[in-house]
Design a protein around this ligand. Structure first.
Ligand SMILES: [Zn+2]
Length: 95
């Protein structure tokens, strides 16, 4: 699982972002605001304990029932390029 996640990350992206940042996400299960450190791949919601991935991956959208909400949240927060969001939404429809 770790290997699948790491190859999707451009190794140069950390240099663009710079020091660790706090990224806010909305928990798709309970709506709570969840803080991510930009170097974390996943964290859990303080309220409901659900594991959240910082990035919507094609492996997680294929099984996660919250994938659509998650992608919308990422899009709204400008954490996911439109083209990538469309691609992931197509994967959900195919399921
Ligand atoms: Zn939650």
């Amino acid at each position: 699982m770790k290997g699948i996640l790491s190859f999707k990350h451009c190794p140069g992206i950390k240099n663009i972002i710079g020091p660790v940042q706090i990224i806010m996400r909305t928990c798709p299960a309970c709506g709570e605001e969840v803080e991510f450190f930009s170097d974390e791949n996943e964290t859990s919601c303080q309220k409901c304990g659900r594991t959240l991935h910082q990035e919507a991956t094609s492996s997680c959208v294929s099984w996660c029932k919250y994938a659509e909400k998650c992608i919308e949240d990422l899009e709204k927060r400008k954490l996911l390029p439109n083209t990538r969001a469309e691609e992931l939404k197509r994967l959900i429809e195919m399921k």
